[in-house]
Design a protein around this ligand. Structure first.
Ligand SMILES: [Fe+2]
Length: 188
């Protein structure tokens, strides 16, 4: 008997056995893992760019540095899961997904409110990752790949923690931005 999936965000159901083809689930799961590998690549690049700046936002800088490290580990875990499934690393192509690409494009601006725009984009990106890993868990469960399901769940928790941190700290980031504007530390 399979236990119901559950995360901090609530219970997650999978399809009833016998109502789908396991090989379809497996194929979707492998595509999901490849997409996750690409997503983590984008996350790493975005976080690296952000971690270099933010000298006036030490808490945010530290949290970004932590999530950068987590994202590198996540990408390694995803790559390992693909290797374990017999997918050679050379076939792990990083497909760029539309939404994630758009989010990344929002992050270039060197405007004074760049920290705000990057925080909004980071918040959106984390939620894109949350949706991706939730979906991956359902696919892995349907494919009978409990190891992949566990990996997705572990990564999902870290994405949820990062999203929640950003959501909780956004008011402070906006406040700090205002203070810096007033002190002339930050251009208008
Ligand atoms: Fe991630």
């Amino acid at each position: 008997m399979q236990q119901p999936l559950s995360t901090s965000s609530g219970a997650m159901a999978g399809p009833q056995p016998g109502t789908f083809r396991v090989e379809d689930a497996r194929e979707m799961m492998i595509t999901g893992l490849r997409n996750a590998h690409g997503l983590e690549q984008q996350a790493i690049e975005m976080l690296e760019r952000n971690a270099e700046r933010l000298e006036h936002y030490p808490q945010l800088k530290a949290r970004i540095a932590q999530h950068l490290e987590e994202s590198r580990q996540q990408q390694t875990m995803v790559a390992q899961a693909l290797t374990d499934l017999g997918e050679s690393p050379s076939t792990i192509k990083d497909t760029v997904m539309g939404m994630a690409q758009n989010v990344q494009m929002m992050m270039h601006a060197a405007a004074s409110d760049e920290v705000l725009k990057n925080s909004f984009a980071g918040y959106a990106f984390e939620h894109f990752e949350i949706a991706s890993y939730k979906a991956l868990m359902v696919m892995a469960r349907a494919a009978g790949e409990s190891r992949v399901e566990q990996v997705a769940q572990q990564i999902l928790r870290q994405e949820e923690e990062m999203a929640s941190w950003l959501g909780q700290h956004l008011p402070e980031i906006v406040s700090q931005h205002l203070v810096l504007m007033g002190s002339g530390e930050q251009k208008r």
